[in-house]
Design a binder for this molecule. Sequence first.
Ligand SMILES: *Cc1c(COP(=O)(O)O)cnc(C)c1O
Length: 360
Amino acid sequence: MKAYNFNAGPCVLPRQAVESTIEAIQNFDNTGIGLLEISHRTPGWERIMAETEQLWRELLNIPEEYAVIFLGGGASTQFFEVPANLLKTKAAYLQTGVWAKKAVKEAKFYGEVEVVASSEDKTYSYIPKGYTIPTDVDYFHITTNNTIYGTEIHEDIDSPVTLVADMSSDIMSRPVDVKKYGMIYGGAQKNVGPAGVTFVIVRKDLLGKVERPIQTMVDYRTHYTEEVKNRSMFNTPPVLPIFVMHETLKWVKEQGGLEAMYKINKEKAELLYNEIDRNPLFVGTAAKEDRSLMNVCFVMVPGHEALQDEFMAFAKSKGMVGIKGHRSVGGFRASIYNACPKEAVEALVACMQEFEQLHK
Ligand SMILES: *Cc1c(COP(=O)(O)O)cnc(C)c1O
C-alpha cells in the first residue's frame, strides 16, 4: 500500500534528494569513496558546501551583508546562541507556542526578557495582535510557524528593532523579505532536509556587540570567514545532513523556487482546510486568519469526539501516516511541507469524505 507521510518533523523529503544521497553514500562525486568516508577538506565537499550556501542565497535572495552558516545542535541550541550573540541587556519575545516559550527561558540566562504578548491562554491557537514592540530592546524574537498548533505569521512584519525569527517549520515555503530580519534560524528537519543541521542567517554587523565573552563555538563569527571554502567548517560539519539539504534545495529550485513553492503550498492547504470546514465531522483548531500553510490541525466536532480513534484507524488503513495531533492539542495534525505532494493531500481529503459517508 502507498504510504502518505504527514509527519511533523523529521518528515517527508523529495524522493530525488533521498535517491541521490543513497548514490553519494556509495560513491561520492565519482571518487569511488562514499560520502560518509571522505574528508570534509576534499575539493568535492568544499564545492557542496559552497553550493549549499549559494542555493540558500539564491532561493531566499539573501543580501551579501548576511552570513549563512550551518551548525549542529538543532533550533533548540539557537535558543541560547541567539541571546549569547545578540542580547546585551534586554530582549522582547512573542510567545506563540512552546518552542517560543523555550526560547524565552534560554534568553533569561543572558538578560532581561519581555514577553510582549502570548497566546498561551487559548492553547496557542492564534497569533496575538495589537501588541507594541518595545524600542529599548536589543531584538524582538518571533516564531513564524507554530508547528504544534498550526498557526503562522504570514507576513514579514515591520519591527522598529532587530527582528529575529525561528523559521524552523516554514522556511522555504514562501518568499521572505530577508532584509526585514536581523537573523533567521531553524532546524533543517521540517522543510529543508533531515535532522542534524541547523541554518543561521545573520546580518554580520549585528555580531561582536556584546561585552560578555562568548565561547568560540557559540560565536557566529567563528563559522563565517571571507574564504568561502572555510565557511561552516571551523570544525567537522554534519556532512550527511548538509548533503541532503543541498539535494533538497536543488529540488526546490527545480520546482521554480519559492514563488512556485508558495503557490502549490497555498493550493494544498486550501484543499485541506476547505474539507475541514465543509465536513460536518471535523473542525479546525487554529484561528482562521492565522492558519498555517505547513501544519494543519483539526479535531472531531463536539459531539463526535468518540469517533477520533475510529478515524485514526480508518486513515491508517488508507495509508495515512503521522496524522496524530501533538498531545497538547489532541486530534489530528497533517504536516504538508514542501516535499508533501498534492496527491497526498488529495488522498487525505478523500479519506475524510469516505469517513463522513460511513457515518451519515
Ligand atoms: C521543531 C522545532 C524546533 C526545535 O527544533 P530542534 O531542531 O529539534 O531543536 C524549534 N522551533 C520550531 C518552530 C520547531 O518547529
